[in-house]
Design a binder for this molecule. Sequence first.
Ligand code: FES
Ligand code: FES
Length: 162
Amino acid sequence: MKLTINGQVTEVDVEDDTPLLWVLREQLGLTGTKYGCGIALCGACTVHIDGVAQRSCVLPVSAVRENQKITTIEGLGVQQFHPVQEAWAEIDVAQCGYCQPGMIMAAASLLAQNPEPTDEEIRSEITNICRCGTYPRVLEGVKRAAQRMASTQKAGGSNEQA
Ligand code: FES
Ligand code: FES
């Protein structure tokens, strides 16, 4: 079957019920997307499907159509860092880093849909689990990124691959 991943149409030969996460990691070597719980709880496996955050560990690959755009952490901020990535670096959000690709993808998706989230909206929408407890810095990072995205959008830019 064909998938559009990070702007490229890619052919994969897998069973229909294979979770997208394993197609990304094992078939395609896109190991930025992490495995945590495998049951849609932790968010380590978060990718975007047409810009919306999805937990790829429970998403059968056959549920994604060829014309839908899958974006992994490797496809975010390719030409220049995404504002979320810039904010993450400025605030030094990551601790061990394991959960952070999923956190960043969740944050980027939230801000694409809600450019000025309240603290409560950030807490309720980003349900990713961090065993290191970076939640306060994630909150600050999302708010910093929101400021950056506002200025990026004014300039007409977008950092996600088409
Ligand atoms: S690995 Fe997918 S939500 Fe935890
Ligand atoms: S930074 Fe270690 S799990 Fe989140």
